[in-house]
Design a protein around this ligand. Structure first.
Ligand code: SF4
Length: 230
């Protein structure tokens, strides 16, 4: 005989709440500019372009990533073309992205490694992605999810911050957030949650002073850790 847990202990309530959250975030996203990484994915359908833009995006504003990616793609559209560029050419194409000199070296090495070890293709495999210079869990998961359609949760600063503010998780770092969200979210949301929360973080739930007045999530959000808001 199956013993049903008491109503309050069922996870169904959380699932319903998360579906509600998802619908509100999607409605909000429809009013915003498309994020650079989503635009790169939809315009190129290429894991390589996505990987390059993701490396450029680390610690860099979205608009800067957009323009830097476009300039670099005018010079190189394949791993072989990227590996053949001068470091200075890559650095000046992606400037003023954060750490542009370091990223230029990483990007050229990534191009070379993709040619040498992966037949000029981006591997759809987490371990292989993590071996590439400048690629951590965030980038690997983004490429797996958006580039290959493999369920993976890309936790960047927006996903980590907002998941904690909403009380979906209670974690200290992005790796712990990724693990916790894997339990909270059904797999069909793993890929999209990044773009939903990045768009929301860029336009409403800002790091230092979120715009809580009029927020579409106001009645769902306990504002955990929020000390100042508008
Ligand atoms: S109510 Fe404030 S803290 Fe909560 S999601 Fe909205 S903007 Fe963020």
């Amino acid at each position: 005989m199956t013993i049903e847990p008491p109503e309050a202990e069922r996870s169904l309530w959380q699932i319903d709440q998360i579906r509600d959250l998802q619908e509100r975030l999607r409605a909000f996203r429809a009013t915003c500019r498309v994020t650079t990484l989503t635009e790169v994915q939809s315009s190129t359908r290429s894991p390589f372009h996505l990987l390059v833009s993701c490396v450029i995006s680390l610690r860099t504003k979205d608009e800067v990533t957009h323009d830097a990616s476009r300039r670099l793609f005018r010079l190189a559209n394949t791993p072989a073309e990227l590996a053949a560029l001068d470091l200075e050419a890559i650095a000046s194409a992606i400037y003023p992205a954060g750490f542009y000199n370091t990223k230029a070296a990483q990007l050229r090495q990534i191009g070379a490694l993709l040619v040498e070890d992966h037949g000029g293709e981006v591997p759809g495999d987490e371990a292989a992605l993590l071996e590439l210079p400048g690629v951590g869990r965030k980038t690997a998961n983004l490429v797996l999810g958006l580039g290959f359609g493999i369920p993976a949760i890309c936790v960047d600063t927006h996903v980590h911050r907002i998941s904690n503010r909403l009380g979906m998780v209670a974690t200290k770092n992005p790796d712990a957030t990724e693990k916790a969200l894997q339990s909270v979210l059904s797999k069909d949301l793993w890929i999209d949650i990044n773009d939903l929360l990045v768009t929301f973080g860029q336009n409403r739930c800002h790091p230092t002073s979120p715009r809580c007045t009029g927020c579409p999530l106001d009645d769902l959000c306990p504002r955990i850790g929020v000390t100042r808001h508008r």
